[in-house]
Design a protein around this ligand. Structure first.
Ligand code: C5P
Length: 409
């Protein structure tokens, strides 16, 4: 029996609570979604100053935003409640972020050229805080070479671009250019406020199952969803790391800013890890690698008929153990998904593979779903995390890794 000193690590409070957000609204039909965005920001505890362009007020009345935020709405450079008449300076000096949603093609072009002919454009130019834009426009406008050029320039200028999504448009056409949903914009804003605890660090992860081919159409695999590994890749990128994710066969979207390498079998995963390993500070092995693979995959489809079929399996290499055993090993993190005796098995794996950190969970708590219950095992003992969604847990794991790395230096 192994005993550990236990402590519940706190889960971060809402990153938006107490934040001062300037919400810029430009003239697009998606302006109606900005009302919901203003409401959700307020609900998350942010203080919201709404700034509307002259075109925006043709779509939604400023009074709507005044009622939702409980604060005056700014619509003009010239008619401002500020005593010094300098709303474009005052608003941004107290802002933690400016977000323009919806951002029209016209407004994006203005930003790219540094124009300042209305209050919103002026404060975007005068700001000293991050700027995020959620483009919304007709698909032809989005695909126009001028907009493509402008978006590239905007990104190069360090502006965060959220979306757009694809789908049915107000004009009746279908394509890219729909503004992201308010809840997605809130998630992106939360992500942008994550502390940059892994700035300058290079992280490599594995995620998902592996698929070990038996013949050209069949194989051995497992039910790992890949969600925990993808959440950790996202949390690492949000924390400022340069992230590469080696993913087994899953159909999850690649988190923003993450380089993804898709693989199928364990041998392919091992090769991908080997070739991406140089210069990495952290290796997080989340993948549920198959322990065995068919000794000889059959070149053609196995035909049915025989009453019994014997498969000969050979052991796969342990990718994590190999990396951890290297003389130049990065900080290695393993996962232990167990159905019982979590502490004993997870700590046993940590010692056997000589890892500084193992994340343990009971399979019945986390497999496939969006939530998880995990305990971190390191040399100091066991640290149960509060139950939560996988992204919240991933952020807490990243924070623990960053603290362990800091303590090493
Ligand atoms: O399968 P096992 O429980 O030993 O997995 C523990 C850790 O080792 C996990 O982090 C997993 O990603 C990693 N592992 C690996 N290669 C294997 C088996 C496991 O990298 N062949």
């Amino acid at each position: 029996m192994i005993f550990f000193e236990t402590s519940i690590l706190s889960v971060m409070s809402d990153e938006l609570a107490g934040k001062h957000i300037v919400l810029g609204i430009t003239g697009g039909v998606a302006g109606y979604k900005a009302a919901e965005l203003a409401r959700l920001l307020g609900k998350a505890g942010a203080q919201v100053d709404v700034v509307m362009t002259a075109a925006a007020i043709h779509f939604v009345a400023p009074l709507t935003f005044q009622a939702l935020t409980g604060r005056p709405v700014f619509t003009s450079l010239w008619d401002v409640p500020q005593e010094n008449g300098m709303a474009h300076i005052d608003l941004t000096r107290r802002a933690d972020a400016v977000i323009v949603a919806p951002a029209t093609a016209d407004f994006i072009a203005k930003l790219v050229h540094g124009l300042a002919d209305d209050l919103l454009a002026s404060l975007c130019l005068a700001r000293d805080c991050p700027l995020l834009v959620a483009p919304a426009m007709n698909r032809q406008m989005w695909e126009h070479p001028a907009t493509v050029r402008n978006m590239a320039q905007l990104r190069a200028d360090g502006v965060g671009v959220l979306g757009p999504a694809s789908g049915a448009q107000a004009c009746g056409e279908v394509g890219a250019g729909r503004m992201l949903e308010p809840a997605e914009i809130i998630d992106a804003l939360r992500a942008s406020f994550q502390p940059k605890m892994l700035a300058g660090k290079r992280v490599l992860l594995t995620a998902g199952p592996t698929f070990e081919a038996l013949d050209p159409v069949r194989g051995l695999t497992n039910s790992s969803s890949g969600k925990m590994g993808f959440a950790l890749a996202q949390a690492s990128a949000e924390a400022g790391a340069e992230v590469t994710l080696v993913a087994g066969p899953v159909s999850l979207p690649t988190p923003a800013g993450v380089t993804r390498i898709d693989v199928t079998g364990a041998l392919e995963m091992r090769d991908a890890v080997k070739s991406a390993l140089a210069g990495r500070h952290i290796f997080i092995a989340v993948a549920a690698v198959a322990d065995y693979r068919p000794a000889v995959p059959v070149a053609h489809k196995i035909k049915k008929g025989a009453q019994t079929l014997t498969l000969e399996l050979v052991a796969n290499p342990d990718i994590l153990a190999e990396v951890a055993a290297r003389p130049d090993a990065p900080f290695c993190v393993g996962f232990a998904a167990e159905s019982q005796n979590l502490a004993e098995y997870a700590e046993g794996k940590r010692r056997a593979k000589q890892l500084p950190l193992v994340v343990g969970n009971l399979v019945q708590d986390g497999l496939g779903g969006n939530a998880n219950v995990v305990t971190l095992f390191d040399a100091a003992g066991a640290h149960p995390l509060a139950p939560g969604d996988k992204l919240t847990i991933a952020r807490a794991i990243v924070r623990h890794i960053a603290e362990m790395l800091d303590a090493q230096n």
